[in-house]
Ligand binder design. Structure first.
Ligand SMILES: [Zn+2]
Length: 110
């Protein structure tokens, strides 16, 4: 019998430079950044583990430290939220919102 090993991950320690450059870090300090629900509660699923009935997404899929991304602790990866959406209409909405926010963030930094 094999045992699943969950990689250790300390929140705030990810070094995904591409995600940080393009999307920025999630602001969790103020009321806007206050996280109430876990991603799985709103339908998000890890794109790798979504079909695995032994994986509980409420326990394994988390908000990443980067905007518009979710972190699966089993994969130890930050996935774009749009890849984790429950349906195509939601995925398209999330994608366009992500692009819109990235452009606005880029303009603020110039
Ligand atoms: Zn996963």
């Amino acid at each position: 019998m094999s045992e699943t090993t969950i990689p250790s991950h300390v929140p705030g320690t990810s070094i995904d430079e591409q995600a940080e450059r393009l999307l920025g870090r999630r602001d969790e300090s103020g009321p806007i950044g206050l996280i109430i629900n876990q991603p799985a509660e709103t339908g998000f699923r890890c794109p790798v583990h979504s079909a695995d009935p032994t994986v509980d997404p409420l326990e394994t899929l988390h908000w990443s430290e980067y905007n518009a991304t979710l972190w699966c602790e089993l994969c130890d990866r930050d996935y774009p939220s749009t890849l984790c959406c429950p349906d195509l209409a939601t995925a398209m909405s999330v994608f366009f919102r992500t692009v819109d926010e990235a452009i606005a963030r880029d303009r603020e930094q110039r």
